[in-house]
Design a protein around this ligand. Structure first.
Ligand code: ZN
Length: 468
């Protein structure tokens, strides 16, 4: 079986024939998971109206801005696997499939011809490194849930950098270790857990695997929760860049960096957390932008998204005047607040409404800076009694979390105060934005299909025949 897989891998490389010409040497591909135009716009409004910045957020300052169609082979609304496959291989495929065409044949990611052309390759994310988006850049599976199959491609990838809080393939279904990290070490990867531990490596370390020392489930942890010692998108990007760009042995690089928890917060319909994560993603983009300023003729930065999650919009029925200044009073994500409610229930006893109100005032501004009407207070009180005392109301199941019903109602009220509307807890068919700067950024000017983006990146890299 192992030999068979090796033969298949060799055939895949042979199929990805290429010819190289003049090229962009340094390529950054940022994918904000779930980051629709509404997410970017709400963040920009916060940046302008609340932070008082005269210039738009960095990605909106790029000279190229357009929109991208995201539908998959079999659905008008894509999932992350089909979208990731489109963005990495240029193929429309069925929802759920990673690195495979709709007929279940494996297809090449652009990382294969780029690697052959001498580019150092880095793959990074703020969520699991073998989840659908990053997995599409090196793995193949008929279903995104087959993380053991996806992560097994990483040790033999030849990539210079993998960075993510965790890989799902590190653990089996029963929670026991699978030996995946050891297989990465055997393949030559040095494991680091911070930029400073990376800096302690010798300069000629060829391959690096960055993991989090305190992952929050399968992500780095939300910015809004201010968890000490978490890995950030900025730190992962900085470490990736240090590994991929080494003066003296520099043949160019390609880095894909995913802002994965933008999607998680959007599935939760948690507006302030989305805004914080888009701002946080900006810091990672800024690492690339500063590199671009030092290498303007050789660098291309493309920022886009795989799909829109939640249909987030500034403007909501029942809210006359949106007020994003209230975002600054939220200091807890919906996920963590739901966990807090569940912990109170699990602890037994009767949670008190007064102490819950105090907690919410301190962590969200409700009944403090965020004034509530009597009707809104009554609604939350009823919800509290049903969810926390009589426990009659069922949790709301999301993609990444199951939310305590009281937390759902609290955050619905909070979002109404911000004036942030949501159409769904899932993905939408909205187009997503694309921003580009640097050499060959003008290739991306027209309205695009997601399958065109990897082709254009290869074109910028001077790779004009990519037989897939
Ligand atoms: Zn996604």
């Amino acid at each position: 079986m192992k030999k068979f897989k090796t033969v298949i891998a060799a055939m895949m490389v042979a199929l990805c024939a290429l010819s190289a010409g003049a090229r962009v040497k340094y390529i950054f591909y940022f994918i904000g998971d779930g980051m629709g135009m509404g997410h970017v716009n709400a963040t920009e409004t916060y940046n302008r109206d609340v932070l008082g910045n005269g210039s738009p957020i960095l990605m909106m300052q790029f000279p190229v801005a357009t929109q991208v169609r995201t539908y998959s082979f079999d659905r008008s609304i894509t999932d992350s696997a089909a979208a990731g496959t489109a963005l990495s291989t240029g193929h429309k495929t069925r929802n759920g499939m990673v690195g495979m065409a709709a007929d279940s044949t494996s297809v090449c990611s652009i990382t294969t011809p780029l690697l052959e052309a001498g580019y150092a390759i880095g793959i990074a994310s703020t969520v699991a490194g073998d989840d659908a988006t990053p997995g599409s850049f090196y793995g193949h599976a008929v279903n995104r849930g087959l993380s053991g199959e996806i992560s097994a491609y990483a040790p033999k990838s030849g990539f210079s950098f993998f960075g993510a809080p965790v890989f799902k393939g590190m653990k089996g279904k029963d929670g026991s270790k699978t030996g995946w990290v050891e297989s990465m070490k055997e393949a030559g990867y040095a494991v680091v857990r911070s930029f400073s531990s990376y800096s302690a490596l010798s300069g000629d370390t060829d391959k690096v695997l960055m993991l989090a020392s305190n992952p929050q489930g399968e992500q780095v942890g939300y910015t809004i929760d201010s968890i000490p010692g978490t890995l950030t998108a900025e730190e992962i990007t900085r470490t990736a860049l240090a590994q991929l760009y080494k003066e003296g042995k520099d043949n160019g690089f390609f880095l894909m960096m995913e802002g994965g928890n933008i999607d998680w917060a959007s599935h939760a319909n948690d507006g302030a957390t989305v805004i914080r994560e888009v701002m946080n993603f900006q810091k990672a983009i800024d690492v690339a932008y500063r590199f671009y300023l030092a290498h303007p003729d050789e660098t291309l930065i493309v920022v886009t998204a795989d799909h829109d999650t939640g249909g987030m919009a500034l403007g909501r029925s029942g809210t006359k005047i949106p007020d994003l200044s209230l975002v600054d009073f939220q200091r807890i994500s919906k996920d963590r607040f739901s966990d807090y409610c569940k912990s109170l229930i699990a602890g037994g006893g009767e949670p008190s409404w007064d102490s819950m109100k105090t907690f919410l005032t301190e962590n969200t501004g409700l009944w403090g800076a965020v004034a509530l009407t009597d009707e809104e207070t009554a609604r939350l009180r009823d919800s509290f009694e049903a969810a926390m005392l009589s426990r009659k109301s069922a949790d709301e199941k999301g993609l990444y979390n199951s939310f305590n019903r009281f937390s759902v109602d609290v955050f619905d009220v909070i979002n109404s105060k911000y004036g942030i509307g949501w159409t769904t807890g899932s993905h939408t068919g909205n187009p997503v934005p694309l921003f580009a700067v640097g050499r060959d950024a003008m290739l991306f000017t027209k309205a695009l299909d997601n399958t065109e983006i990897p082709q254009l990146i290869l074109k910028a890299a001077g790779i004009d025949s990519f037989s897939r």
